[in-house]
Design a protein around this ligand. Structure first.
Ligand code: SRM
Ligand code: SF4
Length: 579
């Protein structure tokens, strides 16, 4: 018996290549929202309908429509933008959004709070900066990330070029974007192979995410992504080719063990000139093999689990017409950013700034990050690189501007110097804008970090680098299941605690304790910190220690994620804690 297609499949099919009734919906002044079907389609154009959840209860009481507005996400392959583009984003945020810029975990900007009436003006302003939002969300290949830590300029240049080329190759071709947002003329829907040669009428079964990494930095968290390319360099630093990874993903649903995060597998190695064809083949296999009946089972990670890696590789090889080579050795040492100044190979320098949870704003009486970065953009003649850890690099600084930039950094409370836990912390947006949030994240993690740092200091661990990530629900937008400490919202003020991920982002964690509130998070972690301080081996990372010392079982891969959860040998652990 064939299963019914998911509702979104019918919406895509009937949308005339992502047009739906979006153009008409924008002119309906009776509501700040758009129709339910259009809410799905508008994602492909880079937007989400949201409402201010802080105001929801009060507005419902007053029988008012929810406080609707849109989140807009840009597509910026490799996260690189010019100072002029930064200035335009800053202007848009102040004129049409909530006066903040949100740097995301996928190297781009988000605007929050754009009302329907301002959507087209905002989209035109984005276009005027030669940027777009097409395919930033939706069931397509999304913004392609590239390693941004600027230590090896040549390899990073190749990574960025590949990210851009893949993004361009896999971009939807529909004219709907131009028609609806930029007042382009309506072009009649053509034949599928003309209009969408890669995707066809129904695009992909689900979102698809691609990254390019340059070892030893895993700053793009390659193991959390559907498709990845790992740069393999020769001894002189020239690019030999790419290892290809497939099948990573974070999203799951509480209480549904058939959903789970998964770390990607290495599929093989390809030559530099073959990477785009390989990417396209992988996307089309997922287009044809992915589950279009159940959106919770539609990501590439489930296709690979169900069909097996060997069968998947064989089909990719059939489509490219030759076998992939054996993967080449590689090693990562961290999935974070390297803060501060770095001298580049070309005589210029790069400054990585710490932006707590990616929120760029001015705080009355406090740091003025938004103004500071605007003033830097006004004098900077290099570029800005957004990182996949929600930070920003002021890149390619010429020697004559360095002092002036340093002065602006100091004047506006910008910094590269957070404490060890904080600089390895990341939170998703969650409340008040995210419609799926079960608990706070961005607004709460900073104070939790402060509380945990007090305990770490007591145990002499204040300088130790430990990754900690929080999300307001199990979807995993800050990639919490590959952090050493992961906290995932369960309900208001309550979190599940995951432990045992690897510092380089290569291993999944495991559920250690459920439904913890602030005090119990701190109390649960305190004995673990104490044991780590006393019993760790030289250079042993926190996540590795927890597995070796049997605080938590090791998660081998996705299907194993929900097995053997909770403190391992709890009696032994308690005994250790007491001693
Ligand atoms: Fe995400 C949905 C924010 C990176 C997995 N994500 C959402 C939405 C759009 C909520 C919604 O569907 O209504 C969130 C909007 C919140 C808001 O108010 O802004 C949202 N995701 C984010 C961002 C902004 C988090 C951040 O703090 O930076 C990140 C934007 C990235 C970008 O620029 O494209 C973001 N989301 C991620 C990542 C991390 C990554 O890709 O490296 C993941 C985990 C990796 C993965 O995809 O498996 C992620 N987001 C999800 C999921 C779960 C997908 C799944 O397979 O189950 C959802 C929900 C869904 O798709 O149904 C989701
Ligand atoms: Fe929203 Fe959940 Fe993503 Fe956080 S993890 S931004 S709460 S969807």
């Amino acid at each position: 018996m064939t299963k019914d297609l998911a509702r979104n499949e019918r919406i895509k099919e009937a949308s005339a290549y992502l047009r739906g009734t979006l153009a008409e919906g924008l002119t309906d002044v009776a509501t700040g929202a758009i129709s339910e079907d259009d809410q799905q389609l508008v994602k492909f154009h880079g937007m989400y309908l949201q409402d201010d959840r802080d105001l929801r209860a009060e507005r419902t009481k007053k029988k008012l429509e929810k406080a609707f507005s849109f989140m807009i996400r840009l597509r910026i392959p490799g996260g690189i933008c010019s100072p002029a583009q930064w200035l335009q984003m800053d202007r848009i945020a102040r004129d049409y959004a909530n006066e903040t810029l949100r740097l995301t975990t996928r190297q781009t900007f988000q605007f929050h709070g754009v009302i329907k009436n301002n959507l087209k003006t905002t989209m035109k302003a984005i276009d005027a900066a030669l940027l777009d939002t097409l395919a930033a969300c939706g069931d397509v290949n999304r913004n392609v990330l590239a390693s941004s830590n600027p230590h090896r300029s040549r390899a990073h240049h190749a990574a960025h070029e590949l990210a851009k080329a893949i993004s361009d190759r896999l971009l939807p071709r529909t004219p709907a974007y131009r028609e609806i947002w930029l007042d382009g003329e309506r072009i009649a829907g053509g034949e599928e192979e003309v209009t969408e040669p890669v995707y066809g009428r129904t695009y992909l079964p689900r979102k698809f995410k691609t990254v390019v990494a340059v070892p030893p930095d895993n700053d793009v968290d390659i193991f959390a992504q559907d498709l990845g390319f790992i740069a393999i360099l020769d001894r002189k630093g020239a690019l030999k080719g790419w290892n290809v990874t497939v099948g990573g993903g974070m999203g799951m649903t509480h209480g549904e063990p058939d959903t789970y995060p998964r770390t990607a597998d290495v599929l093989g190695f390809c030559k530099p000139q073959d990477a785009i064809a390989v990417a396209e083949a992988i996307v089309t296999v997922q287009r044809d093999w992915g589950d279009r009946t159940n959106r919770k089972h539609a990501r590439l990670k489930y296709t690979i689990e169900d069909r097996g890696l060997a069968a998947f590789r064989a089909e990719v090889e059939r489509r490219i017409g030759y076998p992939l080579r054996e993967p080449q050795p590689f090693s990562f040492d961290s999935n974070g950013d390297r803060y501060g100044w770095v001298e580049a190979e070309n005589g210029r320098a790069h400054l990585t700034l710490f932006i707590e949870n990616g929120r760029v704003r001015d705080i009355p009486g406090g740091p003025s990050l938004m103004t500071g970065l605007r003033r830097i953009a006004e004098i900077h003649d290099g570029e800005f690189r957004l990182t996949a850890n929600q930070n920003v690099i002021v890149a390619d600084v010429t020697p004559d501007r360095r002092n002036a930039i340093e002065a602006l950094v100091a004047e506006h409370g910008l910094t590269s110097e957070a404490t060890a836990l904080r600089r390895n912390a990341m939170a998703c947006v969650a409340l008040p804008t995210c419609g799926l949030a079960l608990a706070e994240s961005e607004r709460y993690l900073p104070s939790l970090v402060t509380a945990l740092e007090e305990r770490l200091a007591v145990h002499g661990l204040a300088e130790d680098e430990i990754t900690i990530r929080m999300t307001g629900c199990p979807n995993g937008c800050a990639r919490p299941y590959i952090a050493e400490i992961g906290l995932v919202g369960k309900g208001p003020g309550r979190y599940n605690l995951y432990l045992g991920g690897a510092f380089d982002g290569s291993r999944l964690s495991k559920l250690y304790a459920e439904d913890l509130e602030h005090d119990s998070i701190v109390a649960t972690l305190d004995p673990v910190f104490r044991a780590y301080a006393k019993e760790r081996r030289a250079n042993e990372r926190f996540g590795d220690f927890l597995i070796r010392a049997q605080w938590i079982a090791r998660t081998e891969n996705g299907r194993d994620f929900h097995a053997n959860t909770g403190p391992l040998k709890p009696a032994k652990a308690a005994e250790k804690a007491a001693s």
